[in-house]
Design a protein around this ligand. Structure first.
Ligand code: ATP
Ligand code: MG
Length: 560
């Protein structure tokens, strides 16, 4: 994380923000700032994209520039409208606004075609009819130069004619490509006469069947930036080797030259982020969908209850640098906790219920205890917690033969019910197999509402719910989707590292009555347990489902 060169804002400046600030100070591009976020609409956005989004939109926002949303839809076979809508929804959820600036690379197809013709006329591009395999053979290696293809010597007229016929659909897929005529001996392999256009008789989600030739990403990307007059074209490090090629096209065409800057992509521990892998997890039903709460997608995190602000804070905390590194998943989880600790309403829920009968409390009586919605945020108001003769406590809060330091319930021991009475366990009821199924307790009326009665020393406080009014819920507890930090390692199959215990379902659990109308994706703190939210897909009135958003503490660190 770069914290040198503090900006005037509270945010630490990174090398990109420094460059932008300096360019603006020098009135480069007449003081104009335009960035863009260019997703390929072939999948849902993930937390890695969020890093790029926060950087591109963030810089523009801070410096009074604009950030374009550009769908890089040059590849007709993989793109779907579903993804475009999802990407827009995710961006809005994160809190960014592209306004009028929504663009599609496919809108530039005609212009790109004209530019290809311009390069052919200038003797800078030629039609190749060698197969992909043959081209690879002539390409050379990192240590040996490539060899010129015979097609390189075609006349401009012949190239123009062939390229037009490619457009007109006279040739089959893969029969020909248009190549840039640069240098087959270039040290940078990307400059060894790279392909500019390929033939693909495929339907495109926006241009329909208008085209059967499509520009390669490398021929479309830089020029799209140029058309939109992007001043700072920010991308991840793996494109650094492509920059000379983008610059070459721009220079040959004599058009506006955006400058590309590369930053380190986000790698997050215990997570995979390649869209191919995410797609595979979905297709092979290893998760329930793109929005499975264990997925690193923004839809998954939203469904899990991560607040958008936590993701923005995370992107700020990890900073923007130039060397690839892995970020521990606990950093993201800590951002979620920090945010929810401040904002999440409190409630009680018993995940592993054990019935407790308060034998000295009248059968038909019920009372309300007054409790804060959030102990540190009085402005959030109060809630009423019902109490009656039968309650549930968590099984883990009772031990038959407790050690001295167990400050919860045991035979003849006392414990304080959160916001309620001090109770004492007098009797244990078992089923035929000997399992404890119920406790019989008495209460001390002088301790109502958590008021400490004179001289009492009851250390433990446990959560509980009133059996009469509690709502039954299903609780889904998630753990990391993978059991190793770098799934698949360098060469292995990441799927073999899936954590088989990443989802645990508990039912029935009992939640405080007020949770019956919990809004999906809005997290509550279930006292002593963690943060939980109603599931946006599966939770229904009468059949509530809660997802665990995150634990109260980093239990994984302890377990290791
Ligand atoms: P794939 O996983 O198929 O390689 P991609 O993640 O590169 O795809 P794009 O839709 O091309 O997907 O990405 C859009 C933008 O998001 C690009 O500018 C890319 O640099 C950025 N981006 C993608 N992944 C990350 C990441 N892990 N960290 C930071 N930025 C990322
Ligand atoms: Mg990509």
């Amino acid at each position: 994380m770069s914290t040198e060169a503090q900006g005037t804002e509270s945010r630490p400046r990174d090398f990109i923000r420094n460059i932008v600030a300096e360019d603006l100070a020098n009135n480069k591009h007449d003081g104009r700032l335009a960035t863009r976020f260019p997703p390929e609409p072939n999948g849902y956005l993930h937390i890695g994209h969020a890093k790029s989004i926060c950087l591109n939109f963030g810089v523009a926002e801070e410096q009074g520039g604009v950030c374009h949303l550009r769908f890089d839809d040059t590849n007709p076979v993989k793109e779907e409208t579903e993804f475009i809508e999802a990407i827009k929804a995710d961006l809005s959820w994160l809190g960014f606004d592209w306004g009028e600036n929504e663009y599609y690379s496919s809108d530039y197809f005609e212009q790109l075609y004209q530019w290809a013709v311009q390069l052919i006329k200038a003797g800078k591009a030629y039609v190749e009819d060698l197969s992909g395999e043959e081209m690879r053979k002539l390409r050379g290696t990192l240590t040996e130069p490539g060899t010129n293809s015979p097609s390189r010597e075609r006349s401009v007229e012949e190239n123009l004619d062939l390229f037009e016929r490619m457009r007109n659909g006279e040739f089959a897929d893969g029969a020909k490509v248009l190549r840039a005529k640069i240098d087959m001996a270039a040290a940078n392999m990307n400059l060894r006469d790279p392909a500019m256009y390929r033939i693909l008789h495929a339907h495109h989600h926006r241009t329909g069947n208008d085209w059967c030739i499509y520009p390669m990403y490398d021929f479309a990307h830089g020029q799209s930036d140029s058309i939109e007059r992007i001043t700072h074209s920010i991308c991840t490090l793996e494109f650094a080797d492509h920059r000379p090629l983008y610059d070459w096209f721009i220079e040959q065409l004599g058009i506006f030259a955006p400058h590309q800057y590369e930053f380190a992509r986000l790698n997050l521990g215990y997570t995979v982020m390649s869209k191919r892998k995410l797609q595979q997890l979905v297709a092979e039903q290893l998760v329930s969908g793109w929005d499975d709460p264990r997925m690193p997608t923004l839809v998954g995190m939203r469904r899990r209850g991560y607040p958008a602000q936590a993701i923005r804070t995370f992107c700020e905390r990890i900073g923007v640098g130039k060397s690839d590194s892995w970020i521990d998943l606990s950093v993201l989880e800590e951002c979620v906790r920090d945010e929810l600790n401040e904002t999440a309403p409190r409630a009680m829920c018993v995940v592993k219920p054990l019935k407790v009968v308060i034998t000295d409390y009248p059968e038909d009586q019920q009372e309300m205890f007054d409790a804060p919605i959030h102990p540190q945020q009085p402005q959030m108001g109060r809630r009423q917690v019902p109490f009656s003769r039968e309650i549930y406590i968590d099984r883990d809060d009772f031990m038959e033969d407790p050690p001295k330091k167990f400050f919860r319930l045991g035979p003849d021991r006392e414990v304080r019910l959160r916001y309620g009475f001090v109770i004492k366990c007098n009797e244990i009821i078992r089923d035929d197999s000997g399992e404890v199924i119920e406790l019989r307790c008495t209460h001390d009326p002088a301790t109502a509402g958590g008021v400490a009665a004179e001289g009492r020393k009851v250390k433990g406080i446990i959560h509980w719910v009133c059996a009469k009014t509690a709502v039954p819920v299903e609780v889904r507890q998630y753990d990391r989707l993978f059991q190793v930090e770098q799934p698949g390692g360098k060469e292995g199959d990441y799927r073999e590292d899936i954590n088989a215990d990443s989802l645990q379902v508990f039912t029935p659990c009992y939640a405080e009555a007020g949770l019956a109308d919990a809004e999906p994706t809005v997290a509550y703190q279930f006292e002593r347990l963690g943060y939980f939210c109603a599931d946006s897909r599966d939770s229904k009135p009468g059949a509530l489902v809660f997802n665990r958003t995150v634990t109260l503490r980093d239990s994984w660190a302890k377990a290791k």
